[in-house]
Design a protein around this ligand. Structure first.
Ligand SMILES: *Cc1c(COP(=O)(O)O)cnc(C)c1O
Length: 385
């Protein structure tokens, strides 16, 4: 048998073969919603009630999902999480940001603030891929050898999608009362537990655990973060209009975006939020991702040729799992055989460069599909041996 003609028996295959970490699985019911009720709203003005009601549904749905304290607001704009890094560099960081980075996405935000000409060089606590870190003043002082480690924004990812590491969100010990905690929840939001009161900005793009399409950013902001945005804007700093956070806040309060949003993305997102809330909210969602990811980690722990990439079980993500393989298995070949059989996007993050499979266990992924995927992987490994 050659790799290209390995056929996985139908009874082993998952019902849905999409296991990518982003863009990620969009449930069929969401797509049906696009065809039915939402059909009226597609192709209509984003300044009129139907689209504004959709944005309103997203904002109230997220307030319910994250149990927002009074004063927190749901703000949204175009451009995804990558654009939000620039929004934050212009509109949230007063003088200096501190970051913990332990993979590609955390690093990219750190680079954005570090290179911004109107800001001081950022304080960056860098940890090895596969481990986690939190930018507490003590850890920053040790890492930088500098005793002045005050910053006005402290940032790190809830879930580092490139490595499958999740963090627990708490305010770092010893930071100023006035400092903001800014969390990249792009892949973690709605799939990992969070106490939103520990954050000032909890932001995400909806094409991962939130099961929608790309192109949008959503930021849940504390009153302190909203006041910071206003303070910076009032200071006269030059801010490009499309990256202006105060403009985004003002539009969001009217259930609008500054410029035209992708209405399909809004529909899919609203459907996903309602689905999670209808099933029991964040508690339900996090229990489900914990169970689903547990199948992968248990399988890898028991396997002779595989093991979880993230060594410390406490760091292992419930929404993105990463499994390393021994040299006896060519993970890229396994992924390509799976792809030929309709199981897609289990390749590792490209720049990580490991002999690895990455399997997203977002809330939209049926636990039974993950069991079937693992059986399919076993079959392929046997067939290649
Ligand atoms: C995917 C991802 C991003 C980038 O999101 P875009 O919407 O493509 O800009 C940022 N941070 C994390 C943690 C991600 O997983």
């Amino acid at each position: 048998m050659t790799a290209t003609n390995i056929e996985i028996p139908d009874e082993l295959l998952p019902a849905d073969g999409r296991f990518g970490a982003g863009p990620a699985r969009i449930r069929k019911a969401q797509i049906e919603a696009l065809n039915s009720a939402a059909a009226d709203v597609l192709g209509t003005s984003h300044r009129q009630a139907p689209v504004k009601n959709l944005v309103g549904r997203i904002r109230t749905g997220l307030a319910e999902l994250f149990n927002l304290p009074s004063g927190y607001e749901v703000v949204l704009g175009n451009g995804g999480s990558t654009a939000f890094w620039d929004v934050a560099a212009f509109g949230l960081v007063r003088e200096r940001a501190a970051h913990a980075t332990f993979g590609e996405f955390g690093q990219k935000f750190a680079k954005a603030t570090d290179e911004a000409p109107h800001l001081q060089d950022s304080l960056i606590l860098k940890a090895e891929p596969g481990t986690s870190a939190v930018p507490s003043p003590a850890a920053l002082a040790e890492a930088t050898g500098n005793s002045d480690v005050t910053a006005d924004v402290y940032a790190w990812p809830h879930n580092e999608t490139s490595t499958g590491v999740a963090t627990t969100i708490t305010r770092p010990e010893g930071i100023d009362e006035d400092s903001l905690v800014v969390i990249d929840a792009t892949s973690g939001a709605g799939g990992l537990p969070v106490d939103i009161t520990a954050t000032d900005v909890y932001y995400f793009a909806p094409q991962k655990n939130m099961g929608s399409d790309g192109g949008l950013w959503v930021a849940i902001m504390s009153p302190k973060a909203i006041a910071r945005a206003q303070e910076i804007k009032d200071s006269g700093r030059w801010i490009p209009a499309s990256l202006d956070l105060v403009t985004a806040i003002e539009n969001s309060r009217k259930d609008q975006t500054y410029n035209t949003p992708a209405v399909t993305t809004l529909v899919l997102l609203a459907e996903q939020i309602d689905w999670i809330n209808g099933n029991g909210g964040l508690e339900w969602a996090t229990a489900r991702t914990r169970e689903t990811s547990g199948f992968v980690y248990d399988w890898a722990d028991a396997a002779e040729v595989a093991h979880p990439f993230v060594e410390n079980p406490e760091d292992r993500s419930s929404v993105v799992t990463t499994i390393d393989f021994d040299d006896s298995v060519d993970a890229a070949l396994v992924a390509s055989v799976l792809r030929n059989n309709g199981i897609v996007d289990v390749e590792p993050y490209r720049k990580l460069g490991r002999n690895q499979l990455r399997i997203a266990t977002f809330v939209s992924v049926d636990p039974e599909d993950v069991k079937a995927l693992l059986a399919s992987i076993d079959f392929v490994i046997d067939a290649l041996a």
